[in-house]
Design a protein around this ligand. Structure first.
Ligand code: ARG
Length: 463
């Protein structure tokens, strides 16, 4: 039974019906649809459309329907109705007869669907934000567990300067912190109330939309009915938040994929989050991280898909907007999965302290900045000149094969007489990190403080 039969003589073709129907995916809105319907029933009762008794019967039937929908779960998608709104209305009429036909008074599927979608999106954002927080907690836990481990920090994927492994962990915790804040901020614009906008011009019944908004726990009632039913910027913004978070997770995954390769050997992934090769018996593959990296592509795809759907639409509602849902549902599902994967990966990660330190020293040229800084602070050499002198020491290392920190006092003196034997104390990864004792720097004390602060903010108990 379609909701719009009266004007039609002919039947929709099976192909058109398959093309047009959305129940297959929008069944996910059923909770929100029923909730919104209960509030709408109350609003039109106050507007004189329903008696108190009718409202009570409608509300009870909607509650029953909610329970039935929850029992059906995804099978609701196979029920053959045009969309979730049609499913609810058909079943409501089956329960309460003609009274069920009154619920849609003053309402359109246009204001209904974006109300539903906003309710769904609010819930999704709250869940995703909790996933982000859990990932942050694992990063902070890992930073604490592996405190003191030095490793190379990279620029251009070339060894740059030693850093603490914990500092690396906290870098991603910071990114995720902003992702959580972005979700929070989006909520203020997602949680608006379109209901009462009707098809496009506003409902013809005297509904107190501000009261409806308060009752539904939303932030504000939309101020323009065309905008309310015709825009999906709230979906776009949510997808943008999802995309940004997924890009951060992808970069984290890429770092760890490199670090767990034989070439780096900094970390070992747990068997529980790795898979093997059907051909090469020795392989242990970081599939959990590779999929994390790939999911960001999928989520960015959703963002671009919606942008493209929206960009040329005349006001107000167009059926094109039905295509807002699958990208959103898909992104929400897959970002949720990706976030859920992170704690088990991080909590079981083995950090190979010796390999990290060995790489943070290598041939010692990673400490060239220390040599330059030594000259600046010891002899007042201008940094540009100190840089040049340290560069000569690097050349000597490269030509003799003697690590920078193993050059003799003699060799250092021959490069520049101002380099004394006290230089060796500066040429260790530990000395290098200790010197970065500035807010945001990698010195152990600074990192400890960041860990403690983050743990407190996130409610992490440090062992
Ligand atoms: N399934 C539709 C959607 O997702 C519901 C709104 C239908 N409105 C309409 N005028 N046909 O957008």
């Amino acid at each position: 039974m379609a909701l719009w039969g009266g004007r039609f003589e002919g039947q929709a073709s099976p192909l058109f019906k398959r093309f047009n129907d959305s129940l297959r995916f929008d069944w996910r809105l059923v909770r929100a649809d029923i909730l919104g319907s209960k509030f709408w029933a109350a609003a039109i009762q106050r507007a004189g459309v329903l008696t108190a008794d009718e409202l009570a019967r409608l509300t009870a039937a909607l509650d029953e329907l909610d329970a039935e929908a929850q029992k059906l779960g995804p099978a609701l998608g196979e029920q053959g109705d045009e969309d979730v709104h049609s499913w609810v209305e058909r079943n409501l009429i089956a329960k309460v007869g003609d009274l069920g036909k009154k619920l849609h008074t003053g309402r359109s599927r246009n204001d209904q669907v974006c109300t539903d979608l906003r309710i769904y999106t609010v819930d999704a954002i709250i869940d995703l934000k909790e996933g982000v927080r859990a990932a942050q907690r694992s990063l902070v836990g890992l930073a604490h567990r592996e405190r003191g481990v030095v490793m190379p920090g990279y620029t251009h994927l070339q060894r740059g300067q030693p850093i603490l492994f914990s500092h690396w962990c906290l870098a991603y915790a910071e990114m995720l912190d902003r992702d959580a804040a972005r979700f929070d901020d989006a909520l203020r614009r997602v949680a608006l109330l379109p209901l009462g906008s009707g098809a496009l011009a506003g409902t013809a019944y005297p509904v107190d939309r501000e009261r409806l908004c308060r009752e539904m726990g939303l932030v504000a009632a939309s101020r323009n009915s065309l905008d309310a039913v015709g825009d999906r910027d709230f979906v776009f913004e949510t997808l943008a938040c999802c995309a940004m978070a997924s890009i951060h997770l992808s970069r984290l995954a890429e770092d760890l994929i490199l670090y767990c390769s034989s070439e780096f050997g900094f970390v070992t992934l747990d068997d529980s989050v790795s898979s093997g090769s059907s051909l090469m018996p020795q392989k242990k593959n970081p599939d959990s991280l590779e999929l994390t990296r790939a999911k960001s592509g999928r989520i960015m795809g959703a963002l671009v898909a919606l942008a493209t759907v929206m960009k040329g639409l005349p006001l107000a509602y167009n059926k094109d907007l039905q295509e807002d849902k699958e990208p959103l549902f898909d992104a929400v599902e897959h970002l949720g999965l990706t976030l859920a994967m992170l704690p088990p990966v991080l909590d079981t990660l083995k950090v190979n302290r010796d390999a990290c330190r060995a790489a943070a020293l290598g041939d010692g040229t990673i400490l060239a900045t220390e040599l330059a800084d030594y000259l600046v602070s010891k002899a007042g050499v201008p940094f540009r000149e100190a840089h040049d002198i340290a560069g000569r020491a690097v050349r000597l290392t490269l030509s003799t094969g003697t690590p920078l920190h193993k050059l003799s006092a003699e060799q250092f003196r021959s490069i520049d007489p101002r380099i004394g034997p006290d230089v060796f104390a500066a040429l260790t990864p530990e000395a290098a990190v200790a010197k970065r004792d500035v807010l945001g720097g990698t010195a152990p004390d600074r990192v400890e403080k960041q860990i403690a602060d983050a743990a407190q903010r996130l409610g992490v108990k440090l062992a």
